[in-house]
Design a protein around this ligand. Structure first.
Ligand code: GDP
Ligand code: MG
Length: 186
């Protein structure tokens, strides 16, 4: 069912969500903080495609014994400010991290919009989504509870996780979980 993306062992993944929720920080933490974790020889290169306002990084990830997958991780580089991303950006995407900031209510309320952007372009049941409540280190100013985020995730048919790039909390786990779920759906 999951033929989008071409090569079975290359997953094209997007980070989507409002501006300033921490998408770029999350991505940089994941590709930059890779040494000594899952990938012994991580390939973390930044490439950019200024014409479409996106950037991508790649990282190799081991999924089970001897099975490697190349994650192609796409960032929106500011285009999300207008809440409308070039449609071609969603093509061949097999996984999406839907990111909000736990201290920014609006960014949580906009999650269904971002989800719908992908679904409207790809059709339903194509990409695998994971809802991410980011900046979990800011417990004193959080205004979105884990419970309501769980409920939203369940209603949209996805899992939920909280991350912090600042504390390096659950960053690897979020990407690994998404890649794992994609692999299981192949
Ligand atoms: P983007 O617009 O979604 O790509 O967000 P950025 O990665 O540019 O981050 C926006 C702001 O949030 C910056 O000031 C970051 O330093 C800050 N930020 C990112 N991740 C975290 C985090 O985990 N915790 C905290 N406290 N701040 C963060
Ligand atoms: Mg950014």
């Amino acid at each position: 069912a999951m033929e989008a993306g071409g090569c079975r062992y290359q997953f094209r993944i997007l980070l989507l969500g409002d501006a300033a929720v921490g998408k770029t920080s999350l991505l940089r933490r994941y590709v930059g903080g890779a040494l000594g974790t899952l990938a012994p020889a991580p390939e973390a290169e930044l490439q950019s495609e200024p014409t479409v306002g996106v950037e991508f990084y790649s990282r190799l990830l081991q999924l089970g014994a001897g099975r490697w997958v190349k994650l192609q991780l796409w960032d929106t580089a500011g285009q999300e400010r207008f809440r409308c991303i070039t449609r071609s950006f969603y093509r061949n995407v097999v996984g999406v991290l839907l990111v909000f900031d736990v201290t920014n209510r609006k960014s949580f309320e906009h999650i269904p919009h971002w989800h719908q952007e992908v679904v409207a372009t790809q059709g339903p049941d194509k990409a695998i989504f994971l809802l991410v409540g980011h900046k979990s280190d800011l417990q004193n100013t959080r205004c979105v509870s884990a419970q309501e985020a769980e409920e939203l995730a369940a209603s949209l048919g996805m899992a939920f996780m909280e991350t912090s790039a600042k504390n390096n909390c659950n960053v690897d786990l979020a990407f690994d979980t998404l890649a794992d779920t994609i692999q299981q759906a192949l």
